[in-house]
Design a protein around this ligand. Structure first.
Ligand code: HEM
Length: 263
């Protein structure tokens, strides 16, 4: 009895060991850029989700001021990103992930900004310093390291495709907007299934040939891309609380002068 059991247990252990070894081997050998990039940005994603702006979204409670400033920053970012992608569309590391028809956001953002700021929106938009730094980095790598553009395109577009529809619905509900009004940023008419498109995008990322050094650079750049986004969200929130502070003190001054004049 005991011999049979031991034998079976041993056999089971051996299979388990073999499976574990296989998994470890797969993990070690997994050279898929899409897996590596997801793994190295995991912690950054958690930090991005916990910025005040993203928490407001998760609470389903976004203000018009927050959304307008968010659109201004997104415009600055996508203008730089899409210009860099267009300029490098034939580069070996960019061509496989170049999907302007499906992904480009700039035109949608311009229409959304016009909706909220009117025809002279270009003169009215406000861009925090962190957003300018992000756009500067995008222009710089567009010139000096086009292979790093995949890190930025991944961070923004796959993020937009993952949570975009939900964020769009929250914005619409929070601001009481009519369907589509000022919400074009969130809709991807050229992508019928975000999940299937994400799979295609990942396989295209995995087809990019990179030296070890370039791969390391791309992974580091993805962490930086998340960091730059976090700084944009924080700066935007800081700007909002300063404006709110100003408004409050304006109201206070007004009330004080009202009470002074009443006395
Ligand atoms: C993917 C949630 C903010 C970038 C995802 C996924 C979820 C999610 C559920 C799908 C995960 C999967 O398919 O395994 C959220 C929530 C956010 C948020 C709740 C805040 C309200 C952000 C931000 C960024 C971002 C701010 C970047 C700026 C990404 C990227 C992916 C992703 C790049 C694709 C990951 C991959 O499949 O490799 N997110 N996210 N997310 N998110 Fe977010």
């Amino acid at each position: 009895l005991s011999i049979g059991k031991t034998h079976r247990r041993k056999k089971r252990q051996t299979i388990t060991d073999m499976e574990t070894q296989k998994i470890n081997k797969e993990e070690l050998c997994n050279r898929d850029l899409s897996e590596q990039i997801k793994a190295v940005t995991k912690d950054s994603h958690v930090r991005a989700e916990n910025t005040e702006l993203m928490l407001a979204y998760q609470r389903g409670n976004i203000s018009l001021a927050q959304y307008k400033l968010f659109l201004c920053s997104l415009h600055e970012i996508y203008q730089a990103l899409e210009e860099a992608l267009d300029n490098n569309s034939n580069h070996a590391s960019v061509a496989p992930i170049y999907f302007p028809m499906e992904l480009a956001r700039l035109e949608s953002l311009e229409k959304d900004l016009e909706h909220f700021y009117g025809p002279n929106w270009r003169e009215k938009i406000v861009v925090p310093a962190a957003t300018k730094r992000y756009a500067h980095r995008l222009r710089q790598i567009g010139k000096d390291n086009p292979e790093y553009l995949v890190s930025h395109a991944y961070t923004r577009y796959l993020g937009d495709l993952s949570g975009g529809t939900v964020l769009g619905r929250i914005t619409q509900k929070s601001l009481g907007l009519k369907s589509g009004e000022g919400l074009l940023f969130f809709s991807f008419p050229g992508v019928s299934s975000p999940n299937r498109f994400k799979q295609l995008y990942r396989s295209r990322m995995n087809s990019i040939e990179l030296s070890d050094e370039e791969r390391k650079g791309v992974l580091d750049e993805a962490v930086l891309a998340f960091e730059l986004n976090i700084q944009v969200f924080d700066d935007l929130q800081k700007m909002l609380s300063e404006t709110e502070g100003e408004t409050k003190s304006d109201i206070l001054t007004k009330n004080e002068s009202m009470s002074e004049s009443m006395h």
